[in-house]
Design a protein around this ligand. Structure first.
Ligand SMILES: [Zn+2]
Ligand SMILES: [Zn+2]
Length: 264
């Protein structure tokens, strides 16, 4: 079984599935994806994400405000703590720093990031970390503020950054970008991450992997990224699926994983 550790189910383009999210999830389930972590990017849409998680046994959620959303409601620690109490909310984010999309000041992003780090520390739930042109500042702030548990999502940084994150005890999640021919450095990183720290994700609807590059991404395509990484590492797909699913459970402290029985 595969776990999509990062997808935006509230943003999927569902034309291929007759407008039905459940049909899109079924397409993923049919390819072995048995669990979905739906990631929050702004609180204005959190009700929708929570409703999706409540409607599907195999969908869990996170709560947080993306660093590019400093124009949306900026939560206090107490507000995020309250929303994080929901039993299906298992992570805090996505959060981090994005210096590429120049939507707000670095100070505003760092303050918002601090709020998330504090909530993660108080709840014991891992941070979902987004970096863009900001890797040194992200890790420095996490180190300085004592962030203990984290997933570096859609990782595209170099090996030195991966090593620094691994040394801090964090997990690293690889997306479909690894299938792109020019992503040579990322392929190398995806090979070198210790097998017990590796997660996989789609980041759907963004960045569909080969052979669907350029199309709207969806959780079913996780199977393509998984097969690609398995081949890269000389593993069977089953071995990669087992390891990354176990890692997901460890990262999010899930003793068992609610798995919907796959249609036979
Ligand atoms: Zn992101
Ligand atoms: Zn995302």
């Amino acid at each position: 079984m595969l776990v999509d550790s990062h997808c935006h189910l509230d943003c999927l383009k569902l034309d291929r599935h007759g407008g039905s999210l459940n049909a899109a999830l079924d397409a993923a389930r049919a390819r072995g994806v048995g669990h979905f972590l739906c990631i929050s990017i702004e609180l204005e849409k959190f009700d929708q994400i929570r409703a999706i998680a409540e409607a599907h046994d195999d969908v869990y959620a996170t709560v947080g405000v993306h660093p590019c959303h400093t124009h949306s409601h900026q939560p206090t620690v107490d507000e995020l703590l309250a929303l994080a109490q929901h039993p299906k909310v298992i992570g805090i984010g996505e959060t981090g720093l994005d210096y590429f999309h120049d939507v707000s000041t670095r100070e505003a992003q760092q303050a918002l990031f601090s709020t998330h780090i504090e909530v993660a520390k108080r709840t014991g739930k891992p941070l979902i970390i987004h970096t863009r042109n900001s890797r040194d500042d992200v890790l420095a702030q996490m180190r300085h503020e004592g962030a203990e548990r984290a997933v570096m999502h859609c990782f595209t940084e170099d090996w030195a950054t991966a090593k620094a994150a691994l040394d801090l005890g964090y997990y690293i999640s690889i997306s479909g970008i690894v299938t792109f021919p020019k992503a040579l450095e990322l392929k190398d990183v995806a090979k070198r991450i210790p097998l017990d720290r590796l997660l996989i994700e789609t980041d759907a609807p963004y960045l569909a992997p080969a052979p669907n590059r350029g199309k709207p991404n969806e959780p079913a395509f996780l199977a393509d990224t998984a097969a690609y990484i398995a081949a890269l590492r000389g593993l069977s797909l089953d071995a990669l699926a087992e390891a990354t699913t176990r890692n997901y459970q460890a990262a999010f402290r899930l003793d068992t994983l609610p798995i919907r029985a796959l249609a036979s």
